[in-house]
Design a binder for this molecule. Structure first.
Ligand code: G3I
Ligand code: 9MR
Ligand code: ZN
Ligand code: CA
Length: 555
């Protein structure tokens, strides 16, 4: 008989739990099949029995997987799975609001990334720390000694850099989550602004937007690519102890275009909340758009020789232009923006029109145009663009759907073996986001059911049986590559952070040492040294907020 710990980790399930009317399933490895039972943890009684199905030869993990299904068990409570010959799983809940706490933790993680203010104990608990990075920054390459304000906003990830293109995906996903599921964000998440009459998601995004204005050069609308120290600080350096010089790296095309895009989004969303602020966002977006149109031949950003922090380089810039033009069109209705959107679609046939990445951003442009027409905010032009993009979105969703039920897919998700890359959690969550948006456009539940498998995977129903969200589940990531979590001396990491996930390319020394020869879906190591599998970023958490919100009990 295996020990409880072994059994726990071989019975892979959503460690947060399941909603009463959702499909309920788990996976087991290291078995030849057999019977399983569901045990009510309140009184130890057996409440369900079934037969494992399989085997499935799962391509991404190399495992032989059996599945158990207990969807007809709907009574709310706390249960565990008992598998003959293996033992018992971790406890999990069946409840309508089982994901509410997950949504709130995922969103609260942005508060924990705040820069430039005290994270007080009453909001941050044991993960409180003093204000950081309050100094002005120098302007890279500038002759003058001028220093400009840099404080505020969110640290990008496990490092303390603040990068425009990374922030753009994070802000876009959060504003889209609010736009799609506003009821979910009526709950407060205990941040300083809670209770001010504004939904906390919008309070949190406002904190970032107020910083992003500092990246824009007001005399010409250029946007600095990032503000960081010249090199990454040590892994155990707390934010307030990171006092090296802050440098604004040169402006970039992708920074200007993504700035214009998210400021145009903000102008729409905050219009009914704070008209003055919404106006400021639109003005900044239009100024940055002017810089974009004045610099059609700008090259992709490269780190200056003396700057050794994250680069966020990007060779394809037409997607950022497409995104910005679509958001400005949706917000203003001005035909000049539609003309650029349409001509970019025509000229740039190689664009990945449905990608929601930090580099491949065209999906946001496609979505902005579809939402404008879907919500009847803007006329659907008679040129067939709307129809073509809408059917394209659904075709992509159908492709993802077919992968979820492929013969060699043991976990019901759409990740391909080659997609277990740096930030595979983002790929997973972007694909779930794509499916949920298809569910909105088509009204077809099958897309949401597939997206739910991705939530199950994130929270424990995966080849490693681990919850990739800190502080969620009985066996979750404990040692993320996250400087505050390393330096604060608190055993538990900051909660609600999505780990990067398995990365088959072994792109840090620790991963190389520990994971050589492992199959793609097992190329993850819960160690603070492994930044290429176990970091967190704001734009891996942001699609997670969007996806969790769909399944939130408040929706
Ligand atoms: O997509 C390609 C894939 O087609 C190819 O097969 C594979 C192998 O070459 O590479 C894949 O691209 C990877 C890309 O991430 C996917 O987005 C690159 O290998 C990989 O180097 C790249 O890593 C980026 C990493 O910075 C290093 O540049 C991550 O996306 C990005 O999230 C990460 O961002 C860092 C910031 O620089 C600093 N702050 C932390 C943050 C997260 O680690
Ligand atoms: O902490 C850094 C992380 O945010 C980046 O994603 C990663 C890749 O750029 O680099 C990390 O910093 C490491 C540096 O690259 C190499 N020396 C060790 C640093 C801390 O792990
Ligand atoms: Zn800071
Ligand atoms: Ca791009």
């Amino acid at each position: 008989m295996t020990t409880t710990a072994d059994a726990n980790r071989r019975i892979h399930l959503n460690q947060a739990g399941y909603r009463p009317f959702d499909a309920k399933t788990f996976a087991v490895t290291g078995t030849d099949g057999g019977r399983f039972e569901l045990i009510d943890r309140r009184n130890g009684s057996k409440v369900y029995a079934g037969e494992l199905t399989g085997p499935i030869a799962d391509a991404s993990s190399g495992d032989t997987v059996f599945r158990g299904e207990f969807s007809s068990l709907r009574e709310e409570g706390t249960y565990s799975v008992q598998v003959e010959g293996i033992g018992s799983s971790y406890p999990f809940a069946i409840a309508a609001d089982v994901y509410n706490n997950v949504t709130d933790k995922l969103l609260k993680s942005f508060y924990f990334q705040r820069c430039g203010m005290d994270l007080e104990e009453k909001h941050a608990g044991v993960w409180s720390h003093r204000a950081c990075h309050l100094d002005h920054g120098t302007i890279h390459g500038s002759e003058s000694e001028e220093r400009i304000p840099s404080s505020g906003g969110w640290h990008d990830a496990g490092d303390y850099g603040k990068y425009m293109v990374a922030a753009a995906k994070a802000v876009a996903d959060l504003l889209l989550a609010y736009e799609f599921y506003p009821c979910v964000f009526a709950r407060t998440i205990d941040i300083p602004e809670s209770g001010n009459g504004v939904p906390d998601l919008l309070n949190e995004v406002r904190f970032e937007l107020d910083f992003l204005f500092k990246l824009q050069r007001v005399d010409d609308g250029a946007v600095y690519h990032k503000v960081t120290t010249k090199s990454f600080p040590g892994l155990d350096v707390m934010p307030e102890d990171d006092t090296a010089e802050l440098v604004f790296s040169p402006p970039s095309y992708t920074a200007a275009a993504t700035f214009a895009a998210v400021m145009a989004m903000a102008a729409r969303v905050y219009r009914g909340i704070d008209g003055t602020f919404a106006g400021k966002c639109l003005k900044a977006a239009e100024l940055s758009w002017q810089w974009v149109t004045d610099h059609p031949d700008a090259a992709g950003f490269k780190n200056p020789a003396d700057i050794h922090t994250g680069e966020y380089g990007d060779a394809i810039l037409a997607d950022e232009k497409l995104w910005a033009s679509a958001e400005l069109y949706r917000t203003t209705g001005e035909s000049v923006y539609y003309e650029v959107f349409r001509s970019t679609l025509e000229q740039q046939k190689e664009l990945a029109l449905y990608e929601l990445g930090w580099a491949d951003t065209a999906g946001y442009g496609t979505l902005a145009y579809l939402l404008a027409g879907f919500g009847h905010e803007r006329p659907k032009e008679a040129d067939g663009v709307y129809e073509r993009l809408l059917s394209g979105w659904q075709e992509q969703a159908d492709q993802l759907l077919s992968r979820c039920s492929a013969a060699a897919e043991g976990y019901g998700i759409s990740l391909l073996p080659e997609q277990y890359i740096w930030g595979s959690s983002m790929v997973l969550l972007n694909q779930a986001m794509h499916l949920l948006i298809a569910a909105r456009f088509t009204g077809e539940d099958k897309y949401a059911a597939a997206a739910l498998n991705h939530v199950h995977y994130l929270l424990g129903l995966n080849p490693l049986g681990i919850s990739y969200v800190t502080g969620v589940g009985s066996y979750s990531v404990m040692h993320p590559h996250h400087r505050p979590s390393v330096g604060d001396g608190v055993p538990e990491p900051v909660p609600g952070m999505v780990a990067g996930g398995p990365n088959r390319n072994l792109q840090d020394e620790h991963a190389k040492k520990m994971l050589e020869g492992m199959p793609p879906a097992k190329c993850f190591v819960d160690h603070a040294y492994s930044y290429a599998t176990n970091e967190m970023t704001i734009y891996w958490n942001s699609p997670a907020v969007f996806v969790a919100a769909y399944f939130d009990g408040a929706r």
